[in-house]
Design a protein around this ligand. Structure first.
Ligand SMILES: C[S@@+](CC[C@H](N)C(=O)[O-])C[C@H]1O[C@@H](n2cnc3c(N)ncnc32)[C@H](O)[C@@H]1O
Length: 344
């Protein structure tokens, strides 16, 4: 994937305005039409805006304007008689609905970034919503499920790289720590026959994941465990943590990884799946996600040396890296001998 530097748009006020105005309008139009059911209806069959609006119980004039905006940007097609047709791009938009909706949550919290920078100790998310992100999801199953679907979409994005460019050494049991709805775990189990998996996440989250796991043909190879990785994690040969460490400060990551080190079976390994920040800075996903982390959590995206420092502080050493130029990389670490209660 080619990523363009946003700086190109800052060459003139016209291109700057186009970028900023289009980004806001795209997010608003996509979320509104997705959440209102218009995109799903359009994907069933071509239709005029009026017919789609009637089906979704929405005002025809505004559905027409929103669809016309998407047509102008080539996200849906509009014929001369005003009929709209879904394209492959509309499918991408539809598949991204949980991502786009979850991003709205972060965009609101972003209004508090400056305040959070001036008042050390609270994230922008906490200032806006009054609680940290994962506490916010607890007790809001609908919002949490949408976030879980967003994470599943992110897993789909990295899956091809993960299985084509990286092979895990043989393992018996894999534990996906902070595994959300189990998308990654199920994909790993499918790719590595004869293995077993543990889905570990907060108690409320694993309850949301349970029906999806039960419906999977791989369900009998999965154990579901609810708990906090700040307390303890279940034993396993291979630990995967995808988009976990980037949520947390260095101190918190060391706490999590030390718990993994305590529980890991002899001969086991850790596979961190996260962005690696490029040095010098590049216009890539790692950089933009880093800003999101600044808003949502206490964490940040890391350079490889920063992962190595986390490993060194928690009883691991870097073993190998499969670098993904356009998304999440795999950073594998092996346990080293340290004094403490860990298995050896
Ligand atoms: C950014 S999501 C990543 C989800 C998943 N690994 C993926 O990449 O699709 C972070 C996950 O960490 C979980 N989590 C947050 N705090 C946790 C804790 N203290 N113990 C266990 N899981 C936690 C959340 O519920 C959420 O599923």
């Amino acid at each position: 994937m080619v990523t363009r530097a946003l700086g190109d748009y800052f060459d003139s006020p016209d291109t700057l305005f186009h970028l900023m105005n289009s980004a806001t309008a795209t997010m608003t139009a996509c979320n509104t039409l997705n959440q209102g059911g218009v995109i799903a209806a359009l994907m069933e069959a071509p239709a005029a805006a009026g017919a789609l609006a009637a089906r979704c119980d929405l005002p025809a004039d505004r559905v027409e304007r929103l669809l016309a905006f998407l047509a102008g940007h080539g996200i849906v097609e509009r014929s001369a008689d005003g009929t709209y047709t879904a394209t492959a791009r509309t499918q991408v938009l539809h598949d991204a609905s949980a991502y786009l909706a979850s991003t709205e949550i972060g965009a609101r919290a972003g209004s508090q970034l400056l305040a959070s920078m001036r008042a050390e100790g609270k994230t922008a998310f906490e200032l806006y919503y009054g609680q940290p992100v994962f506490a916010f999801f607890t007790g809001q199953p609908e919002v949490a499920a949408r976030f879980g679907a967003f994470m599943g979409w992110m897993t789909c994005r990295v899956q091809r790289f993960l299985f084509a460019e990286h092979r895990f050494a043989p393992f018996g049991t894999v534990a996906d720590i902070g595994g959300s709805m189990g998308d990654l775990l199920l994909a790993v189990l499918e790719e590595y026959p004869g293995t077993r998996g543990v889905l570990f996440d907060l108690p409320d989250t694993v309850e949301l994941a349970r029906p999806g796991i039960a419906a999977s043909p791989l369900a009998d190879r999965v154990e579901i465990v609810g708990g906090s990785f700040f307390d303890a994690v279940p034993p396993a040969d291979l630990y995967t943590t995808k988009q976990i460490l980037h949520d947390w400060s260095d101190e918190e990551c060391v706490h999590i990884l030390r718990n993994v080190r305590k529980a890991i079976n002899p001969g086991g390994r850790l596979a961190v799946i996260d962005h690696i920040v490029s040095d010098p800075p590049a216009p890539d996903e790692a950089q933009s996600t880093d800003i999101a982390m600044m808003i949502w959590d206490t964490g940040h995206e890391r350079r490889l040396a920063e992962f190595e420092a986390l490993f060194a502080a928690s009883g691991f050493r870097l073993e190998r890296v499969s670098r993904n130029p356009s998304g999440h990389s795999v950073i594998e670490a092996l346990p080293v001998q340290v004094s403490g209660g860990e298995k050896t």
